[in-house]
Design a protein around this ligand. Sequence first.
Ligand code: ZN
Ligand code: ZN
Length: 400
Amino acid sequence: MSAAVPPHPHSLFRRLATALVQWIDSDYCPEGADKVRAEPNRVDLVRVMPFIVLHLGCLAVIWVGWSPFAVWTAVAFYFIRMFAVTGIHHRYFSHKTYSTSRFGQFLLALFAATATQRGSLWWAYHHRHHHLHSDDPEDAHSPHVHGFWWSHIGWITSRRNFPTDYSKIKDLARYPELVWLNRFDLIVPLLFATAMWGTGALLAAYAPHLGVTGAQLLVWGFFISTTFLFHGTNCINSLAHLMGRRRFPTADDSRNSLILAFVTLGEGWHNNHHRYMSCTRQGFYWWEIDLTYYGLKALSYTGLIWNLKPVPQSVLDEAASLDHAATIAAARLASQSHPDFSFGTLKKVVPAAAAIAVATATASQSVLPKKTEHPAVHRDVTEETHPLARQEPPPPAAQS
Ligand SMILES: [Zn+2]
Ligand SMILES: [Zn+2]
């Protein structure tokens, strides 16, 4: 039996100092990364601070106000950077669903870092781990194992999920330029935020009619846009394992959702993705809108990326057969839950409805009261349902 280790009097100060250094150098880990990764899951107050700063930054809108330019900048950079998260962090670094050059991948990692979701290597390491352990107790962010809020935000605030395990992403860790970007992951977001402020200040000086200031563009273009981007992305960790339809009976509880596909530019087809993660597209059919895939396809025409991997025919055949089985099961369920309805009923109802439609279309117009002849179109409906009322002759046509 081992005795509990008494807390060091300066442990909180040490942890705070370590966290401060880690905000600059995220690979700094004096305790040893393996030891930190073995810690239990718990929200670490020091690690929560960046998220508090991000959310409090949005409140500054009270002082800086708004302008159409600032709002549209926030919207545009939400979608531009969502494309970077899904098209680069996810579909390139995590799954290698297309190819690029070494310089190309550095540019992609640089662009994706503006999303302020740590480095591409940290992102890929955690995401590959998620696919290996989806919805089992090892999964860092399963809503089924840990609850909704842990899967949405809690897991990122836990110290154990902070270090990047480079031994699990050796194919990426052999590029020192990528490791460098991953290690100093605050540099690009800081430059991005500074660029927002600088652009706003320039516009205030040279295009005052836009009503933009440096602080206003910083709040909208960085804080608000990045906060929405953070929650939009994390919907895939939380909601995409809770809401939507399951086409493939995967071992996890991943789901397909059109709503999440719009919010995340195609990541909502999460059940498709868990079934087959090595293809570039996640919407397997034209009606499964996947804007990230269209963007990557367009990017492939520039020559920056190539070799986009298709959905294998065997997976499409499996999807077709499962969809067919699901349609039959749904019809069967409908006939059970509505006993009056069955295919037999349909056979009787359809010809009868057709006969009624033909009879109505060929009926003498003189029998049917015309609006001009019979203005009481909003009459009491009991007149229509009462058997005696139906036997009454139609009102005489008005004489002109
Ligand atoms: Zn998942
Ligand atoms: Zn994935």
